[in-house]
Design a protein around this ligand. Structure first.
Ligand SMILES: Nc1ncnc2c1ncn2[C@@H]1O[C@H](COP(=O)(O)OP(=O)(O)OP(=O)(O)O)[C@@H](O)[C@H]1O
Ligand SMILES: [Mg+2]
Length: 196
């Protein structure tokens, strides 16, 4: 989890990890790859194969079905029955079995965020990056989304990096990094050990 006050640079950090943004200085090393050295096409390939994204707004394509939305990232890599099966399995895991054929504009905000989580997982990414994934939800729905991400993390042995304002909503995470004044700190108290 990455926490820090508004404007501290949480989204900027996440976008650099997600290869959506390039640092002007320094390196980004992901899973032993120095991503700052990759060419544009290598970056796209890396992003498609190794990273999943969940944003504050689910960003579903409203004219597609729930199932089609989840299949989308994987269709860049391959288009097959297998992808459809995987997407269906994930939708069942996130509790949306009965919503699979619906159009994305016919489901609620909480359901849409579940779809977005399934979509983020469909490539079996190394990391799922989530920027304020519960920021647009009421507290009960948000709590359910938090529970869902936690159970996906456990069940699929999936790493999530989550940016949030609302530390209280995520009481039980493996690691917390605080961003303050442009620097990152291990743990929740800025006076703790400074990371490199
Ligand atoms: N390391 C950095 N170097 C230069 N500019 C930065 C750096 N980190 C963040 N910024 C700039 O600071 C501003 C706020 O950053 P960002 O949007 O990442 O903050 P945030 O923590 O996500 O805020 P919020 O909680 O409001 O979403 C942006 O204009 C961003 O470009
Ligand atoms: Mg932000």
């Amino acid at each position: 989890m990455i926490v820090g006050s508004s404007g501290s640079g949480k989204s900027t950090l996440l976008n650099m990890i997600g290869l959506l943004d390039k640092p002007t200085n320094g390196k980004v090393i992901l899973d032993h790859t120095e991503t700052t050295q990759l060419t544009d096409s290598q970056v796209s390939e890396y992003r498609n194969k190794k990273l999943g994204f969940v944003f504050q707004f689910s960003n579903l394509l409203q004219d597609l079905t729930v199932l089609e939305n989840v299949m989308l990232p994987q269709q860049i890599n391959q288009n097959s029955e297998e992808v459809q099966q995987k997407a269906k399995q994930l939708l069942i895991k996130v509790g949306l079995e009965d919503q699979i054929p619906k159009r994305a504009n016919k489901i609620s905000g909480g359901q849409a965020q579940r779809v977005a989580i399934a979509r983020g997982l469909v490539n079996s990414p190394t990391i799922v990056l989530a920027d304020e994934p519960t920021g647009n939800l009421d507290s009960v729905t948000a709590a359910n989304i938090v529970k869902l991400m936690k159970s996906m993390a456990r069940e699929l042995d999936q790493t999530f990096i989550i940016v949030t304002h609302d530390r209280e909503q995520f009481p039980d995470v493996d690691r917390v990094i605080t961003i303050k004044d442009g620097r990152s700190f291990e743990g929740e108290e800025p006076q703790m050990e400074v990371l490199a």
